[in-house]
Design a protein around this ligand. Sequence first.
Ligand code: CUA
Length: 354
Amino acid sequence: MGAASQSALADYAYNLQPPVSEVARDIFHLHNLIMMVCIGIFIVVFATMFYSLVKHRKSSGHQAAHFHENTTVEIIWTVIPFIILVGMAYPAAKVVIEMKDTSNPDMTVKITGYQWKWGYDYLNDGVHFYSTLATPREQINGTAEKDPHYLLEVDNPMVVPVGKRVRLLVTANDVIHSWWVPAVGVKQDGIPGFIRDAWFKADKIGTYRGQCAELCGKDHGFMPIVVKVVSEDDYRAWVAKQKGSAQAAAADNGKTFSRDELVERGEKVFQANCAACHQANGMGIPGTFPALNGSKVATGPIAAHIGIVLHGGRPGTAMVGFADRLSDAEIAAVVTYERNAWNNKMGDAAQPAD
Ligand code: CUA
């Protein structure tokens, strides 16, 4: 199919998104090819049917022909579908083989699905971050229904350089998720306990959007994916910046913060790492995610919770360990924030019990 007809089909909003990788283009062409074959079969079958209906509409009283077999007809209706099916299977198999060929990557990114956010580990560049919904779901509800073009934004998009083979190692931490970005031609299930690989090479700078494609719980519809394809230089600068903020977080460990600073920062840490399960109000989901309600850091439930946070989480549940993901200052901040929020709720705004 020519470039002109391809873009005409892509511009037509009912087709697939405009492809920006070779695999996505091949998927697009395959989709159009199979669509055309189906339309062709549809036309032939319905044309024959309507022709017979109209042509023979006044043939009442005629006797139906009775015969047992017709070898010619049987050969025709076996051979023609066989040729059509092989004609579709051959290009389809080629695309599947191409999609699965993850050899010779320029870089590898491990992607982990969580209820409900994505974790990205850049194995070559040592960058790690989570990508969460930028606006809390409570604030979005209603807006998306009113505006059909409303875009779910993330706090940290995945950033990749243009023209590089990016190998993805997709897995999940709790239930099955699916990392799906149509423009780059990747839809890969993330399955707990398994690592599946996929790849793409984006050939156009831009922002491409996707969404978790496997029903994974109440916020399944709120796991957007944003991939920013940038120039090689911009990618290097982004990596340096990511590492800079990781270093800045580590450097925080020797600093002193005011309580207000900790509360403010702790809220951000909480929203990014805890709110998806424990909810914005810290009350969790009864029976599924426990509430974080306790103000006694030394002896109360928070002390137990910090133990879980620092020592590997709760195996077998959605709760992961954060010792290698949060700096000491961030952990102090989120504890201060939680305790402050709890004290406010209890009508004891100012004085934390030490
Ligand atoms: Cu994660 Cu649906």
